[in-house]
Design a protein around this ligand. Structure first.
Ligand code: FES
Ligand code: FES
Length: 174
């Protein structure tokens, strides 16, 4: 048997629902969602960083929750909707979290930015008025090698509503 006749890679035909569009694809079983997004759908906002579930540059939303796209096989996604940064905002209008990053200079090299945007988006959808601690916890799975954390945090604060008070409200007068 010649090498070209021997194909040890198993493939499947799948449907993926990404940013509101349905795609029919033939993929190898071992391909991650990240690889399929970038190499088959040409959606390259989700970045390859560590490729082992540590840095968050590959973050996408799966059913509205942030996940590492390098840590899930595309064949595991099924009918569940996926959102990437390409799916945020509208044609002529940025999502408010994107606008806040722009206004606050929240990206330095920008490599981590798509992941932070989606983690922040998921937080604000679930909790429009997060506390400082909730913001930091929500972003804790994303690393920024440029150490732009101060501006990233400010961007998320700016796109959120005012945080609830953490203690009793002080009374003045009678
Ligand atoms: S590339 Fe997925 S977590 Fe780092
Ligand atoms: S802005 Fe460069 S890695 Fe975060």
């Amino acid at each position: 048997m010649s090498q070209t006749e021997f194909n040890p890679v198993s493939t499947s035909d799948i449907s993926l629902h990404v940013n509101g569009f349905a795609y029919s694809l033939t993929i190898a079983h071992h391909w991650t969602l990240l690889r399929v997004l970038r190499e088959q759908l040409d959606l390259t906002a989700a970045k390859v960083g560590c490729d082992r579930g540590e840095c968050g540059t590959c973050t996408v939303l799966l059913e509205g929750k942030p996940i590492y796209a390098c840590q899930i096989l595309a064949v595991q996604v099924g009918e569940r909707p996926v959102v990437t940064v390409e799916g945020l905002g509208e044609d002529d209008k940025l999502d408010r979290i994107q606008q806040a990053f722009l206004d606050n200079d929240g990206a330095q090299c920008g490599y981590c930015t798509p992941g932070f945007l989606l983690s922040a988006k998921a937080l604000l959808e679930a909790n429009p008025r997060p506390t400082e601690l909730e913001i930091r916890e929500a972003l804790s799975g994303n690393l920024c090698r440029c150490n732009a954390y101060g501006r990233i945090l400010q961007s998320v604060r700016d796109s959120a509503g005012p945080a609830p008070r953490s203690g009793p409200v002080a009374r003045t007068g009678k």
